[in-house]
Design a binder for this molecule. Structure first.
Ligand SMILES: *Cc1c(COP(=O)(O)O)cnc(C)c1O
Length: 376
């Protein structure tokens, strides 16, 4: 029985050659491949600057800190996300204030933002969930009305767009991530994208031990910094992947299409929900997450997942709501029922195997086994 992984990077000879070429040089770090990778990312996001780092989490942290958010500030965000989009606030003692999400997309429900604003609200951290744009037309006016900094967590959405405008281009800064399950990979990696010269310079400095920019500044540390640097080896891999981004996004759209064609029947029979793409969005397909019928429980979902896995099909619940993570419950006193839409999406969501080279035969098999599981 052939097993089918949940995700899989897509590496070709272009990437292998690019990495091999770096290994023939003596500059494996702080070199020209990083600059080239940053330029490719900034261009794609329609931004002036890119600051490449060692993870998406690092990028988020640098943005929060670079924008001067800190103790006493509140930032409004959503609990239907990957843990890093809220942890980055806690790193700087910023208080996350959660609002619930749009049940169609899992993105922030803009109609809930205004009521969460207090005199301490300093920012909004908006996630483009699963590669689908948030409703930026509704989000930005609220931010502007209240003078809020805006961070776009576009880590799942490289190459996507909202009404033709690239994701990562909204707000003060955006970021992308390059773990191997993302649209492109550098092994580990991330980037800050911004139009602000100042924010870019501060993020760059903080990513490199707080060094200044003078030529003799190697041992001059002008601010608190970290080692969040990416290597030239990773950056070369990333640039080679960026050169293939359109091909990669097309392949992913094709893989989503394979599921859309095959799952329609299960919508009627079992009430499952397929990913909805709302008007104005150009998807950058990151994952393919179905939901069991409205009202299904996490137990029922876990049974379906166990069945799929027992047949060698990689799958996972996605996302596990952030406010229900043990450490968030402890620290903030969150409980079940606090964010019902997030909890419902979290309890019913199953990410199916999803990667560029998903074949029609593999999609057939996933759907056949899923049908078996749902009928059981
Ligand atoms: C992947 C991801 C990140 C960053 O993850 P890293 O593993 O640190 O690169 C941040 N936010 C979201 C929503 C993500 O999916």
């Amino acid at each position: 029985m052939q097993s089918i992984p949940l995700s899989q990077p897509d590496i070709t000879d272009r990437e292998r050659l690019a990495v091999a070429k770096v290994l023939e040089t003596t500059q494996l770090a702080l070199g020209p491949r990083i600059t080239a990778f940053e330029q490719a990312l900034a261009d794609r996001a329609g931004r002036k600057h890119g600051v490449a780092v060692n993870s998406g989490t690092s990028a988020l942290h640098l943005i929060v800190r670079g924008l001067g958010l800190g103790e006493g500030d509140e930032v409004i965000t959503t609990p239907f996300s990957f843990i890093a989009s809220t942890n980055c606030l806690l790193f700087e003692r910023v208080r996350p204030v959660f609002v619930d999400v749009d049940p169609r997309t899992g993105n922030i429900d803009p109609s809930l933002i205004e009521a969460a604003v207090t005199e301490r609200t300093a920012g909004l951290l908006v996630v483009d969930v699963f590669g689908q744009s948030a409703d930026w037309d509704a989000v930005m006016p609220v931010a502007e009305r209240h003078g809020l900094k805006v961070i776009e967590d576009s880590c799942e959405a490289l190459g996507g767009a909202w009404k033709g405008r690239p994701l990562g281009s909204f707000g003060d800064a955006g970021c992308f991530a390059f773990y191997p399950n993302k649209q492109i990979t550098t092994g580990e990696g991330g980037v800050v994208v911004t139009d602000s010269d100042e924010l870019a310079a501060v993020c760059r400095s903080m990513s490199n031990q707080g060094r200044g920019t003078t030529p003799d500044g190697w041992l001059q540390h002008v601010r608190l910094g970290y080692n969040y640097r990416i290597s030239d080896i990773s950056a070369a891999l990333g640039t080679a992947q960026m050169e293939r981004l359109d091909e990669i996004l097309a392949a992913r759209a094709g893989a989503a299409g394979l599921y859309n064609e095959r799952l329609g029947d299960l919508v009627g029979r079992f009430g499952i929900e397929l990913p909805a793409v709302v008007d104005g969005v150009t998807m950058s397909w990151f994952v393919y997450v179905i939901r069991l019928a409205e009202g299904s429980t996490a137990d029922q979902r876990d049974k379906v997942i166990a069945h799929l896995r027992s047949k060698g099909i990689g799958c996972s619940n996605y996302f596990a709501p952030i406010h229900l993570q043990p450490f968030y419950r402890e620290q903030f006193g969150y409980a079940e029922g606090d964010f019902p839409v997030t909890e419902s999406l979290g309890a019913r969501g199953i990410a199916l195997p999803f990667f560029n080279k998903l074949s029609p035969t593999q999609a057939d098999r996933v759907v056949a086994v899923l049908t078996e599981a749902l009928g059981a």
